[in-house]
Design a protein around this ligand. Structure first.
Ligand code: CUA
Length: 487
């Protein structure tokens, strides 16, 4: 209380065009005996307020919250953030009588007004900051300004150090942990470079965001008993321009290096090994048109570019060998074949995965990939050419594996999506339309050529319509012979 007496009564400037507002405020203040305050003037425009500030030297500006003629945003901007940094309070007396609502950059309920009055009248009183007539006070006010700036610099250096330490530790950890699978093709190299650049950028961003956040949470936390508000910050043009332009530049740079990497993965060898990759629910088939062979495994010679022409017989699949990095959808329909170039760089065994959800057995749509030396590859091609058996049953067995039939039809009686073939040949089956049919060579051929025509009761029409398009009648006869053998 002593300090208040020394400093004199509170000098209040009212910003309102309604005389009644001043009356209401006066009676509100009178009710509080310990309140030592005088209303020094009343203004309704910012110009009047600036004059009053110089002439009357108020400690506090109380703005009539409900007076639409007073531009309260302007008052807040000029006095709270502007040159004055005077305390500005928005007050609404609309509730009438003894209640009031105070907007002290908080919104208080009428019942909290008492506490608020205690807060700014009882114990704390702002230093007079704007006093153009008193130069010695002006000098004084510069001291906290400077130490404030020094404090800010200290925080910036400490938080900056934390960010740098986090970023360096993150990049160090990133180099220790290998996040990527084995790199087994030439096309994987530019993609891995891109990944590493991305990971590094992500680690730096993480350090920047989390570092500043953790520093702020710890250093600027609310202390016991502190009920003051933080500074009212409206914006910072330099900062906003910087955090827009720098990321934009970086993203454009990523687009540029990304397009270079895309170009490198598509670089064409004039004489590649051609392989047609056909996906169907739920198996892969690999045709080698120049060698005249078909395989259920993808066999490739090392260090020679393979040109894969990828298609699908039914739905969209996606050809993906993680170690080769590149990936391509397999699309159904003529003219939708897509090309992918892979130059395997490491001898070894990998797996083709289907990377597009394509139905019940999607998870199991796998195929073996073997990368062999050129000599071993030639031996394999030779063995495939001579491997087509004389026996029609054995040939039928081979075709049903190569064309993916066995993904849906078991040969041992176990239930899959389609009927098992074990013991099916020669039986009478009831069809969905109620008629019966004998499972013979003719029914098998019809079912391959037109899978939807005669469906066995209890099964859905799930067989891909084009699955047999590449099968000859002789091959279908082999398949019938194979099924007949499955007693
Ligand atoms: Cu084919 Cu998933």
């Amino acid at each position: 209380m002593v300090t208040r007496r020394e400093a004199g009564p509170w000098r209040i400037l009212i910003a309102s065009s309604h005389p009644l507002f001043a009356e209401g405020l006066r009676s509100l203040l009178h009710q509080r005996q310990q309140m030592d305050a005088v209303v020094v003037g009343m203004v309704s425009t910012i110009e009047e307020a600036l004059h009053a500030l110089r002439d009357l030297q108020p400690d506090l500006v109380i703005v009539d919250y409900d007076d639409e003629q007073v531009n309260r945003d302007e008052f807040l901007a000029r006095f709270v953030e502007g040159e004055g940094r005077l305390r500005v309070v928005l007050l609404s007396l609309k509730e009438g009588g003894q209640d009031a609502i105070v907007y002290d950059r908080r919104t208080l309920a009428a019942s909290q007004v008492e506490d608020w009055l205690d807060e700014w009248t009882g114990t704390r009183r702002p230093e007079r900051r704007i006093s153009p007539n008193l130069p010695e006070e002006n000098e004084k006010s510069k001291v906290p300004e400077q130490s404030l700036r020094r404090g800010n610099m200290k925080h910036a250096i400490a938080a900056g150090l934390l960010v740098v330490v986090l970023a360096v530790a993150g990049i160090f950890a990133l180099q220790r942990i290998d996040l990527l699978p084995q790199t087994a093709s030439l096309q994987a190299i530019p993609i891995d470079d891109l990944f590493r650049l991305d990971f590094t950028a992500i680690v730096v961003l993480f350090a920047l965001i989390v570092g500043l956040m953790v520093y702020s949470i710890i250093v600027f936390r609310r202390r016991e008993g502190d009920t003051t508000d933080g500074p009212n910050i409206r914006g910072n043009m330099k900062l906003e321009v910087a955090w827009t332009v720098i990321p934009l530049g970086f993203v454009l740079y990523l687009a540029f290096v990304g397009s270079l990497a895309l170009g490198r993965t598509q670089a064409a060898d004039p004489k590649p090994l051609r392989v047609d990759v056909i996906g169907s629910q739920w198996a892969w088939r690999f045709d080698y048109p120049d060698q005249g062979i078909t395989s259920t495994d993808l066999i490739l010679p090392v260090n020679k570019q393979a040109l894969l022409t990828i298609s699908s017989t039914d739905v969209i699949h996606s050809f993906w060998v993680p170690e080769f990095r590149v990936k391509q959808d397999a699309l159904p329909g003529d003219g939708f074949e897509r090309e992918l170039r892979i130059t395997p760089s490491e001898v070894g065994e990998y797996k083709v995965r289907c990377a597009e959800l394509c139905g019940r057995q999607h998870y199991n749509m796998l195929a073996l990939v073997k990368v062999l030396s050129q000599a071993d590859f030639d031996v394999w091609v030779q063995s495939m050419v001579t491997a087509i058996p004389e026996d029609p049953v054995a040939r039928g067995d081979l075709w049903t594996q190569q064309f993916g039939c066995r993904a849906c039809h078991s040969v041992d009686g176990s239930p899959l999506v389609g009927p098992t073939w074990k013991g099916i040949f020669g039986t009478q089956e009831q069809l969905t339309d109620g008629s019966t049919v004998t499972v013979d060579a003719e029914y098998i051929r019809n079912s391959i050529r037109d899978p939807g025509a005669q469906i066995v009761a209890g099964f859905q029409n799930l067989m891909p319509a084009n699955i047999g398009a590449d099968l000859t009648d002789d091959q279908i006869a082999d398949i019938a012979a194979f099924m007949e053998s499955l007693k």
